[in-house]
Structures are given as structure tokens and as C-alpha cells.
Write a protein that binds this ligand. Structure first.
Ligand code: ZN
Length: 165
């Protein structure tokens, strides 16, 4: 097989469980972080870019306009909790726990969040937010493609070809 033939048969992982895309439209395990975009509960025009780093559990949450999230002062805000919850639906709790290096006997979204919170992780700056958000927008651009039944190699990002195994 040629390179492109092999590449075009890349495996696409189905989500571990169906999840609500409206609440957390984008989540990925990438760049050593669980990161993604979380809808604002109250304002349809606002989203939060949230992330938690592996090992240190350093977290950050800010709006798409780069305003800091009011809820993420010294602890995980609801957006981060929603992000972790959705990441376990997308990738499975064991894989998320392994990726974040959280040691829990029986990984669940709640156990993962609690274990990380208990270490009193520090709050990081929002430098990652811009790249997470542009990644999200790049994925959204595919929604504007004309409908076609031909293979679109770039769509193999879904759920994320960059995710670790
Ligand atoms: Zn937040």
C-alpha cells in the first residue's frame, strides 16, 4: 500500500459514550492537557476555553474574548468539571485518568476531578486558550463544506487523531 492509502484507512475511534455536543462542543487530549470549549450556561454567544494539565493539574479557564472565568479562582470551575465529564464520555474515564496521571482505583469523572482538586492545583495563565480556540474554529470550518460522499482525509481528526493511546 502507498502512504496515502495507509493514511486514508486511519482508525477513527467512536466516542466511548454519546455525549452532549451543545454543552461541550469540543474536547481533546492534546499537548499534555485535557482541553476544550465549553458553552456558557447563560449566554449563547459566549464560550469558555478550559484546560487541565496532566501531572500538575494546572488549570485555566477563560472566555473566547480572553476574559478570565469568574468561577475558576483557586479551584476548578463548573466549565472545567463539565470538560472533564465530557472527556470521560468521549475517551473513557480510564484513558482520561491515565492521560492526566490521576491515580484512582476506579476512574469516574467525579473521582478524577476530586483527586485533582484535592492536590490544590495552581491556576495557569490562559496562553493555551488561543491555540485551543483556533483548533476548535478549524474543526467548525468543516461544517461549511459542501455535502459530499467522497472521503475527506482531514476529517479523520474526529474525535482526534492527536490523542494519545
Ligand atoms: Zn470556567
Amino acid at each position: 500500500m502507498s502512504d496515502w492509502e495507509r493514511a486514508s484507512t486511519a482508525r477513527v475511534l467512536p466516542p466511548a459514550r454519546p455525549r452532549k455536543l451543545a454543552k461541550v462542543p469540543f474536547v481533546e487530549l492534546a499537548d499534555g492537557r485535557v482541553q476544550g470549549v465549553v458553552s456558557s450556561g447563560s449566554d449563547i454567544g459566549r464560550v469558555y476555553v478550559s484546560s487541565v494539565a496532566a501531572s500538575t493539574y494546572e488549570f485555566s479557564c477563560s472566555t473566547n474574548n480572553n476574559r478570565p472565568c469568574g468561577g475558576a479562582r483557586g479551584m476548578f470551575c463548573n466549565h472545567i468539571l463539565a470538560l472533564i465529564n465530557e472527556s470521560t464520555l468521549q475517551y473513557g474515564a480510564e484513558r482520561v485518568a491515565r492521560y492526566l496521571r490521576v491515580e484512582v482505583p476506579e476512574p469516574t469523572a467525579q473521582a478524577i476531578s476530586q483527586t485533582m482538586s484535592a492536590t490544590r492545583p495552581s491556576q495557569g495563565d490562559s496562553t493555551a486558550a488561543a491555540s485551543v480556540f483556533s483548533q476548535f474554529l478549524r474543526h467548525l470550518a468543516y461544517l461549511e463544506f459542501e455535502v459530499s460522499t467522497a472521503p475527506v482525509p482531514e476529517l479523520q481528526w474526529f474525535p482526534s487523531t492527536r490523542a494519545v493511546v
